[in-house]
Ligand binder design. Structure first.
Ligand code: FAD
Length: 385
C-alpha cells in the first residue's frame, strides 16, 4: 500500500505575530475594563455582540491577511493565528463576525467578482457584517454533494428554492452563502454553485432551532423562489464544489477547533492547583495541557502552510478530529474530577463554564463536518483507502 506522509512541518510564531499578542491583549483588557463582555466557553458561537465585533474591527483585528484595498492589513496567517487564539482564550463574544471573517471573506477574496469584493470585504473587516453558511439541508449533511436546493435560470439572475438547516446566525445574517444545484450532471460534484443571498429577502423564511440550553444560535432557512442577481454568484456558475472545498480548510483548521472549552481548562488547572495532594487530578489535567500544546503546534503548522500558499486539507481534517475530541474531553475530565452543580447562571465560574461546555459538547465533533467523515478524508489523503 502506498503511504503519503502528513505534512506538519514545525512552524514558529515570528516576531511580527508575537507583536499582535500585545495588541490584542491591550484591546481585550480595555474591553473587559469597560464591561463590554462576560467571558464564556464556545464563545465563537455563544458570544454574539455586533458592538464587540465593530470594536474588534476598529482595533484592526479582522481581515488581517487581506489586501489593504479591501480593508485588510496584508499581514500573515500567523499574525491572524495569534489574534484568534487570544480572543478565544479570553472567551470574547466573537460570534457576530466569526464565520464571515474566517471563511466567507477568504472565499470572496479568492473567487469573488470586483463588486462583491468592494461591497462586502471592507465591511467584514470593520466587523459590520454577520454572514451565514447555507450548506446543510434536512437530509444532507456529510454528503453535501447531494444538496437538493436548486436555482433556476431567470432573466438577470437565478431563483432559489429549497431548505437549509443548522444555519448558524442565520437569524442575524446580512448575507448567506447558499450551496445549490444549478445544473444536473452525471458527476454529482459538478453542477453546484454558491449564490450569495442578501438578507432579509423576499421568499426567505427563518425559523429557530434551539440548543439543549434553550439558546438560539442556529436555524432552519427555507427559500421559495428567492431572486439572486447574476452579480451575486460566487465565482463561476457550476464551480461551487471547488469553492466550498477550499473554504472548508479555513473552517476546519483554526484554534477554535481545540479552544472552545479553554476557559474551563483554565479553571480546571486552578482547581488542580488548589488540591496538589490529588495526584490523579494533576495527571489528568497535565495530560490535557500536553495535548493542547501538541494541537496548538499542529494548528500553527497549518497556518504556516497556508502562508506558503498550500491547501493542507488532510492536515486540517486531522486537527479538527483530534481537536474537537480534546474539547469534549476537557468537559468530561472536569465533570469527573471536580464535580460541581453545573448551571448556566451560576456565579461560580467553574460551575458556569462546566455547564456551558457540557451542553455545547455534543456539537463539537459534528459542526464543520462530522469526525468520522474527516477520518475518511485523512485515510484517503494518506493513501490508506
Ligand atoms: C453547532 C452546529 C452548527 C452548525 N452550523 C452550520 C452552518 O452554519 N451551516 C451549515 O450548513 N451547517 C451547519 N451545521 C451542520 C453540520 O455541518 C452537519 O451537522 C455535519 O456536516 C454533519 O451532517 P449531519 O448532521 O446531517 O449528519 P449525517 O451526515 O447524517 O451523519 C450522521 C452520522 O453518520 C456518520 N456518517 C455519515 N457519513 C459517513 C461516512 N461517509 N463515513 C462514516 N460515518 C458517516 C456521521 O459521522 C455522523 O455520526 C452545524 C452543525 C452544528 C452541530
Amino acid at each position: 500500500m502506498h503511504h503519503t506522509p502528513l505534512r506538519l512541518e514545525p512552524g514558529r510564531l515570528d516576531a511580527r505575530a508575537e507583536a499582535r499578542r500585545a495588541q490584542v491583549r491591550r484591546f481585550l483588557d480595555e474591553a473587559r475594563a469597560a464591561g463590554q463582555f462576560e467571558p464564556s466557553c464556545d464563545c465563537w458561537v455563544k458570544g454574539f455582540s455586533r458592538a464587540f465585533s465593530r470594536s474588534a474591527g476598529a482595533a484592526g483585528l479582522l481581515g488581517i491577511t487581506w489586501p489593504r484595498a479591501f480593508g485588510g492589513q496584508e499581514g500573515s496567517p500567523l499574525e491572524r493565528f495569534v489574534v484568534i487564539e487570544e480572543l478565544l482564550a479570553a472567551g470574547a463574544p466573537v460570534g457576530a463576525h466569526w464565520i464571515a471573517e474566517r471563511q466567507m471573506g477568504p472565499s470572496i477574496l479568492r473567487f469573488g467578482n470586483d463588486r462583491q469584493k468592494a461591497e462586502i470585504l471592507p465591511r467584514i473587516a470593520r466587523g459590520e457584517l454577520v454572514m451565514a453558511a447555507g450548506y446543510s439541508e434536512p437530509d444532507v449533511g456529510s454528503d453535501l454533494a447531494s444538496v437538493k436546493t436548486r436555482a433556476e435560470r431567470v432573466e438577470g439572475g437565478w431563483r432559489l428554492t429549497g431548505t437549509k438547516v443548522w444555519t448558524t446566525q442565520g437569524h442575524h445574517a446580512d448575507y448567506m452563502f447558499v450551496l445549490c444545484r444549478t445544473a444536473r450532471e452525471e458527476d454529482r460534484h459538478a453542477g453546484l454553485s454558491i449564490l450569495i443571498v442578501q438578507l432579509p429577502a423576499e421568499g426567505v423564511r427563518i425559523r429557530p432551532i434551539l440548543l439543549l440550553t434553550g439558546e438560539h444560535h442556529f436555524n432552519e432557512v427555507s427559500m421559495d423562489g428567492v431572486f439572486v442577481p447574476d452579480a451575486m454568484v460566487l465565482g463561476q456558475v457550476n464551480d461551487g464544489w471547488n469553492i466550498i472545498s477550499s473554504e472548508l480548510v479555513h473552517e476546519r483548521s483554526g484554534p477554535e477547533r481545540f479552544m472552545s472549552t479553554f476557559p474551563l481548562l483554565v479553571e480546571l488547572v486552578r482547581q488542580a492547583q488548589a488540591t496538589p495532594q490529588d495526584a490523579r487530578a494533576l495527571v489528568a489535567v497535565g495530560e490535557l495541557v500536553a495535548r493542547l500544546r501538541a494541537l496548538r503546534n499542529m494548528s500553527i503548522s497549518i497556518a504556516t502552510a497556508l502562508e506558503q500558499g498550500q491547501v493542507p486539507q488532510v492536515e486540517a481534517a486531522l486537527v479538527k478530529d483530534l481537536g474537537t475530541r480534546f474539547e469534549g474531553d476537557v468537559a468530561e475530565t472536569a465533570r469527573l474530577l471536580f464535580p460541581a452543580l453545573p448551571s448556566l447562571h451560576s456565579a461560580d465560574l467553574y460551575a458556569r463554564y462546566l455547564a456551558q461546555s457540557v451542553m455545547h459538547a455534543p456539537a463539537f465533533t459534528l459542526r464543520g463536518g462530522a469526525n468520522e467523515v474527516l477520518r475518511g478524508i485523512v485515510a484517503r489523503g494518506l493513501g490508506m483507502r
